[in-house]
Each structure stands twice: as C-alpha cells, then as structure tokens.
Design a protein around this ligand. Sequence first.
Ligand code: COA
Length: 260
Amino acid sequence: MTEHIKIENNGGVLSLTMARPDKKNALTNAMYGALADAIEGAETDDSVRVVLIRGEGDMFTAGNDVGEFAAIAAGGSHGERHVSRFLQALARSSRPLVAAVQGRAVGVGTTMLLHCDLVVLTENAQLSTPFVNLALVPEAASSLLMPLRIGYARAFEMFALGEPVDARSALAWGLANKVVPLEKLDAEARAFAVRLARQPAGAVSTTKRLMRNPEVLMAQILAESEQFAKRLQTMEAREAFSAFAERRPPDFLKLAKQPA
Ligand code: COA
C-alpha cells in the first residue's frame, strides 16, 4: 500500500488518484502496484462499473519516477516491478476507463491515456512522451497505439523529439474527448463516468472488447519492455539520468565514439 494512490468507490465509479503532488505525481513502483491492484480488483468487483484516473496538484503526472529508472539502471533495484502488472491491467481492463488530465501528462502519463476510453483535458494540458530524450523507447503498447490514433508523422515527432502536444491539438488528433477549463475538470470527468456507469455494463464491456484486443496489446507491451530493459542499461540512458539528477541538459554527442 502507498499513501500516494487514493482510492474511492462512489456510485459505481472507482476513482484512483495519483497523490504525490510535491513530485508532480511521478510514479513509483509502489504506486504502480497500488494502481494495478485496484484495476485488477475492479474486474471481479460488481460494484465497480467505471474506473476514473486522476491526479492531485498542478499536473496529471510527470511519468515514471526517473530516480527509480536510474536505480534500476545501476542494478540497485530489487523485488517485483509492478509497472508491467499495471500496464497489463490497463490493457486487459473490461471496465471502461475515464481520465481527468490537468497540466502535464508525461511519459506513461500520456501512454496510459491510450488505454482510457474517455479522456477529459484541461485547457492547459500538455501531453508528451519523451522516452527517447531519456534514451529509452515507448511503452504501454504506445508504439502501436499512438501511430494508429494520430498517424505516424505526429507519433514519431512526439516519440523521437519529445514534442509536447497541447490540449487543442490533442482533441483535434483524437487523443481526447473534451477540453474544459481547469475548474470544471473534476465535474466533467465525473459526469462522463457517471453516465457510463448508468449504461448497461455488459454491452459497454463487450463493445470495448470488440474495439480493443488485449492479446495484441500484450504482445506489443512485451516486445517494448524487452527493448526498454536493454535501453536502461546503455551509456545513453546513464547520461540522461545523470543529467536529470544534476538538472543539466544531457550531452549524447559525447557518447558518439563509445559503444551504444
Ligand atoms: N521523477 C522523479 N522526480 C520527479 C519527476 C520524475 N519523473 N518529475 C518531477 N520530479 C520531481 C523533481 O525532481 C522535483 O523534485 P525536488 O522538488 O525534490 O527537486 C519536483 O518533482 C518538482 O519538479 P520540477 O522539475 O521542479 O517541476 P517543474 O514544474 O519545473 O517541471 C516537469 C515539471 C514535469 C517538466 C519536470 O519535472 C520534468 O521534466 N520531469 C521529468 C519528466 C520525465 O522525463 N519523466 C519520464 C518520462 S519517460
């Protein structure tokens, strides 16, 4: 358990709140574990008809905790890693997933939205997937889902250059359903969730299953995570994590003469 994920079941809507605002809701292993447990648990809990994902503070999430990436790269992280269980739970969830996104959604903060069925953004929302900036590769089946959703040209720019996408573009490109003022975010996202909760649950989940194939998504997640694990061990990644810790821009050109 972690105090950084708050869970509340209200009227058929299971609300999962990332609550580590001082670290911009950066996701730790414990947080992935709590989210995975909750989404897996919802599958066998008839009282849960919809899952709502949200974040406390001024941004949805700054993505994976970069300090934990660095610890894994340095071989200093042991025990079960819950991120794959979280991604699997997202990909397999038969419950509709709704997301309420304010401010930035970085890395997995954006890729998890590709698994959500309704996404509400605030006007100041910014979606970004700077995996390559950290010398890593896309995850959460986003290497498949993102180009499918927004086309190769936009997806490659997002991945390879880490270019953020603002709320209006995200809406126009089909990454979100609605853009609302910040003060309306909670109400609008909850209204979506409550409407979904009142729909016939069997028809909703069967529709979702027809639109999303978990087996295809799982195969992509596996292929990505093999590459991701390899990239974590590279000199490039070490440079990226050191630069983050030292609050300086990374210098990948100095690695040009060293093995990748
Ligand atoms: N992992 C770990 N800690 C993080 C984090 C992350 N992904 N994102 C932010 N934090 C921490 C910062 O280190 C800082 O901690 P400190 O107060 O102890 O120094 C705190 O959260 C506040 O972040 P700060 O950078 O000061 O906020 P900001 O509003 O100026 O910038 C971001 C916000 C998201 C632009 C910036 O924090 C950032 O780029 N984070 C990394 C995002 C990232 O690369 N994620 C992985 C994607 S694959």
